[in-house]
Design a protein around this ligand. Structure first.
Ligand SMILES: Cc1ncc(COP(=O)(O)O)c(C=O)c1O
Length: 374
């Protein structure tokens, strides 16, 4: 399918140039149709034939999400959002006094606050300093050398600067030092290729509402199989126990798979929508999407440089992502965002820059138009 044809899945293209996929993305029609399918079933049939109508689809979507990140379905749980996924790890590990979590000041609050909240349990959070939008590898290496360090919590792509972290190298470092690696992947799942099975990633969380092009409030959490038993769910009920479906027993034995983290009724509509969205991504192929979004963002970076704008994030080999952050002369980024919005271009202001984040269905012509407008 040509990139031009993918625009038909995004009616938003009829009214604006949407360049805020790092914020909240428009929902693809594939996700919307899947959600409508759920609503049609639920309004006409309620819970009659629940397994065939809903559970089968929930498990199919789990398989598709697992495929998207290179995991096995039994390592994937549906969560309400990225924050919940990271919170499962923070609240579920058996922390000891003196343990240390390492993160950095380029992270979104959702990947710093859960760790800081462990302070009353004697866990220290070391927030490393980013330099020019990226986290220097040598500062991570040094922090991991301390025997107190138990977990490294980083994003696959930093939400403000757009720096793509070298997860392969970070994973190696973590393995070398026996440190767990927890990845906030909401800024890359759906646009950049990632395979947890070939990387030393222990935990990963990503909601569907950004690069996956689905609805808010339904995402995925990955826990490596060998660690399932080491993360204790803090919320337990009928659904995440081994005796699920037996309403006459009160047996606390947890489910053996990542479903142990799914407490209570699922967000079935959200999961249907996520399924429609992820089907589209897998049909297009994430490696092809990655090439497309990196080409588009490079076009933007080159055009901005020609116009004398200052690009804030690193753009070296392996570091670039579809998040492009910039400042235009002495214009305040907030003002640039408003000016662009008035002319039909949706961007955002983050960490002192205008953040433009194109996805595959955006076109080179749209970016030229943005540059012209600037
Ligand atoms: C890097 C990063 N992590 C986490 C979040 C929050 O995600 P959620 O609302 O799914 O918890 C965001 C939202 O912008 C983000 O950019």
């Amino acid at each position: 399918m040509s990139w031009e044809r993918t625009r038909s899945f995004f009616p938003v293209t009829e009214s604006v140039v949407y360049l805020n996929h790092a914020g909240v993305a428009p929902v693809s029609t594939r996700a919307a149709e899947a959600l409508e399918r759920y609503l049609a079933e639920a309004t006409r049939h309620g819970a009659d034939d629940y397994v065939a109508r809903y559970e089968r689809e929930i498990e199919r979507v789990r398989g598709r999400c697992a495929r998207l990140i290179g995991a096995s379905p039994d390592e994937v749980a549906f969560v309400q959002n990225t924050t919940e996924g990271l919170g499962i790890v923070a609240s579920g590990l058996d922390w000891r006094r003196g343990d240390r979590v390492v993160t950095c000041d380029l992270e979104y609050p959702s990947n710093v606050l859960p760790w800081k909240s462990l302070a009353p349990r004697g866990v220290e959070t070391l927030v490393l300093r980013g330099v020019e939008g990226r986290l220097p590898l040598d500062s991570v290496a040094e922090a991991l050398r301390s025997p107190a360090t138990r977990l490294l919590a980083l994003s696959s792509v930093e939400f403000g600067s757009g720096a793509r972290n070298d997860l392969a190298r970070l994973g190696e470092l973590c393995r070398e030092h026996g440190v767990l690696l927890c990845v906030d992947a909401i800024q890359s799942v759906g646009c950049l290729d990632l395979d947890v099975s070939s990387l030393a990633i222990d935990f990963l969380a990503a909601d569907g509402h950004k690069w996956m092009l689905s609805v808010e409030g339904c995402g995925v959490f990955y826990c490596a199989r060998r660690l399932l038993e080491q993360v204790t769910p803090r919320v337990v009920g009928w659904s995440n126990v081994a005796s699920r479906g037996d309403y006459d027993r009160y047996d606390l034995t947890l489910s053996e798979t990542a479903t142990r983290f799914e407490a209570g009724s699922p967000n079935t509509g959200g999961i249907f929508a996520l399924g429609g969205a992820v089907d589209l991504l897998l049909e297009l192929g994430v490696p092809a999407i990655e090439e497309r979004v990196l080409d588009l963002s490079e076009q933007l970076v080159e055009g901005l440089a020609r116009r004398g704008a200052r690009v804030l994030g690193p753009r070296g080999p392996g570091e670039a992502s579809p998040i492009v952050s910039f400042v235009l002369g002495d214009e305040a980024p907030e003002d640039t965002v408003v000016r662009l919005r008035e002319r039909g271009f949706l961007t955002a202001c983050r960490r002192g820059g205008v953040r433009a984040s194109p996805h595959f269905y955006n076109t080179p012509a749209e970016l030229d138009a943005l540059l012209e407008t600037l």
